[in-house]
Design a protein around this ligand. Structure first.
Ligand code: CMC
Length: 377
């Protein structure tokens, strides 16, 4: 065996990157060296996306240009809307998003990924159009009309407007924008890796992002936020949380929204999201889910903290989205529309020194077997 086999590639570096860093022992997450907590208090999602993609905080002129470019590319072709109308309304929004993003590439066929200008516009389009697609599908599947973006609204408020037909309260806008910042990037995770494997073949960025969306969908990755709300619904009230947690752990089942491959302390994003929950609920009334979540964290802490298992980003985010009236199955698409800036930042970084991903395997099958004719099997 030439190398040690690491299931799940745990701890195996797949790239050198200067985009983000996680200190799993201290619970620190930085984008381009800046802590996420500071970005949440001082930046906006669009500015953070710029930071991730281009490596520095934009000057005023750069930010004006970037904002204007994104704002002017939020509309989608009517054929994308038509495509969404053709999908089964009970289908999962992540599947609709993946299909629409893959189709987007057919409208912008500049396939030369060595063309810096073309790559810029691809990044602009993907950051700009994912929210439009998510909101359009959310309405179309209920038989409602797609609401086009409004040029006078910022990134997050426009998304909430396209989703609900109402301009959100400033606090909701701020909380939602912070959620997008917290989900924008997270080093070498499954969806980023999936995108980079696709990117290493020099596929176009729409295909890269469609690959990442596929990987994000699963319940061990981005799909966990949806599972958390199902769990909270199943528990029903805070006094039933203890029994539920004990039963799950006795049966050696996992608590959704807990645990992380890298963090061995509480995920810093979960801490910020919890603070956002408190802020939102102080103004808009509490959520029964929040009380249950606090109790789960308390009870689970007794058993799981000794194993380094704490709430992760998915534990509190869904509670915020639920309070905003957003459908549970849209939570992972919200994750995707934030994370697209991180995926694209990794794509651009990798293109500078691209090498085709072609790992090895350890063959555990047989050799030299004879072919048996079907009648003799
Ligand atoms: N609840 C209870 N026990 C857990 C949990 C959990 N959520 N997570 C890990 N463990 C236990 C697991 O049972 C195992 O115990 P033992 O050693 O006794 O067999 C041990 O911890 C190691 O688990 P693992 O699954 O091998 O560890 P991993 O590093 O592969 O796990 C994880 C990472 C995220 C897949 C896992 O913690 C998990 O499945 N969590 C629940 C799903 C979830 O919340 N996913 C979102 C992850 S964060 C956001 C994102 O990346 O998208």
């Amino acid at each position: 065996m030439p190398h040690d086999f690491m299931p799940g590639l745990a701890g195996v570096p797949a790239a050198t990157s200067s985009i983000s860093d996680v200190d799993g022992q201290r619970g620190v997450l930085e984008y381009r060296g800046i802590k996420v907590e500071e970005l949440c208090s001082k930046s906006s999602y669009l500015e953070t996306a710029y930071l991730l993609l281009f490596g520095h905080l934009p000057t005023e002129a750069e930010f004006r240009q970037w904002t204007s470019d994104v704002m002017h590319h939020r509309r989608v072709k009517f054929r994308i809307v038509d495509l969404l109308k053709c999908l089964p309304e009970q289908g999962h929004p992540m599947d609709a998003l993946q299909a629409a993003v893959a189709a987007l590439g057919m409208f912008y066929p500049g396939r030369n990924v060595k063309d810096v200008g073309n790559n810029y516009w691809s990044a602009v389009r993907l950051v700009a159009k994912l929210p439009t697609i998510v909101a359009a599908w959310a309405r179309i599947r209920h038989g409602d009309d797609y609401i086009p973006p409004r040029d006078d609204l910022g990134f997050s408020e426009n998304f909430l407007y396209m989703l609900t037909e109402a301009v959100p309260l400033p606090l909701w806008n701020k909380v939602f924008d912070d959620c997008l910042i917290l989900h924008a990037e997270h080093t070498m995770n499954a969806s980023t890796f999936a995108g980079l494997v696709t990117a290493s073949t020099l596929a176009d960025p729409y295909t890269v992002v469609a690959s990442s969306i596929g990987a994000l969908k699963g319940p061990l990755h981005g799909g966990a936020n949806e599972e958390v709300i199902q769990m909270l619904k199943e528990i029903g009230s805070a006094d039933r949380a203890k029994g539920y947690v004990e039963e799950k752990l006795r049966a050696k089942q996992k608590l959704m929204g807990f645990g992380h491959r890298v963090y061995k302390v509480k995920d810093p994003r979960a801490t910020v999201l919890q603070a956002l929950c408190r802020r939102l609920f102080m103004e808009c009334g509490s959520s029964p889910f929040y009380e249950i979540a606090l109790e789960i964290e308390r009870v689970a802490g007794d058993t799981l903290s000794s194993k380094g298992i704490y709430p992760n980003v998915d534990f509190y985010s869904g509670i915020i989205y639920d309070k905003m009236g957003i459908d549970t199955d849209l939570f992972t698409p919200l994750f995707a529309m934030a994370r697209v800036s991180g995926w694209l930042a990794h794509w651009l970084e990798q293109l500078r020194e691209n090498k085709l991903f072609r790992p090895d395997q350890i063959y555990s099958g047989e050799h030299n077997r004879s072919y048996v004719p079907i009648a003799q099997r």
